[in-house]
Write a protein that binds this ligand. Sequence first.
Ligand code: CA
Length: 375
Amino acid sequence: MQRRNFIKGAGVALAAGALAACTDKECPPVTTEQATGAAPTPKAKPVEWKMVTTWPKDFPGLGVAANNLAALIGEMSGGRIKIKVFGAGELVPAFEVFDAVSRGTAQIGHGTAYYWKGKSEAAQFFSTVPFGLTAQEMTSWLLYGGGLELWRELYARFGLVPMLAGNTGVQMGGWFNKEINSVEDLQGLKMRIPGLGGEVLRRAGGTPVNLPGGELFTALQSGAIDATEYVGPYNDLAFGLYKAAKYYYYPGFHEPGSVLEAMINQEALEALPADLQAIVLNACKVVNQELLAEYTARNPAALETLINEHGVELRVYPDDVLHKLRTLSQEVVAELAEKDEFSRRVYDSYSQFYQSVRKWTDISESIYLKARERG
Ligand code: CA
């Protein structure tokens, strides 16, 4: 200890001596090392991670959020973690992201939990529930209502650590080539609609199809599907869905605030020092908020473009259609709770939070928005 202090002191003396011997103009810059007397530390090799995603590479909103997450972790860690991002199909196909991160082919993935219902039905609660929590309420359930603890418990079975890393807000209902004037118009409809919303459509007489985003346009244009939902105007415009369908319905009853997730290989995360673990997990939360802000800011202009430049016909689902879909949604979600013991626990936590928060939302956001619209 004493020896180190002596060397440190000598370093400062040397630096001070060098400064005294020169005039202002000639003085060489003083390095941090000279100024503090600290010994130079060899620069550690950065941790290199791969990120696989369920989105097309660089796709507006979703794909860019994955890029932003990787960049933010790099920046916050001062370059100690470097993450290379792979779009859907580049390293693994979209729907193999979960398994790829679970087995360590990649250390981190970006997607959304309802894609993994084949692993556990309960996973769907961590994306979105038809007629369920909004983006704001969902973030609150996850962070303050016990949701994230349950999500972590589920993903731990697969050697993964989940974290919320993006939210779309209320999505659009979807793209149709015919008007939906009654529940009968949903009969026989082959529609891309993932998650619990797909099961609701099935009970309304339709046929749900699950396809990754990158395949939607071709499927709709070729007639392989009759209708599709995706996200909202900003994303749907970028995919050119207006070229394949005329009617654009709202609201997205099936996805009122879909959470995007980061899933991190648990071993890879735990191999990091505590500060880097905190950086990875908290960068996800920053991206969660930023993506919601981006969608909220960009959707209005994209919707204008769809209507004014591309002649899209905007339609709201009729009340009786929404009523029927709501009744079916309640059935589907209640049955989900019966699938297994863990699904029951998640359902109970979600339902309790929903019943409590809706009372507050009713007298805060809800009544305020109605009052604002009345002018
Ligand atoms: Ca969607």
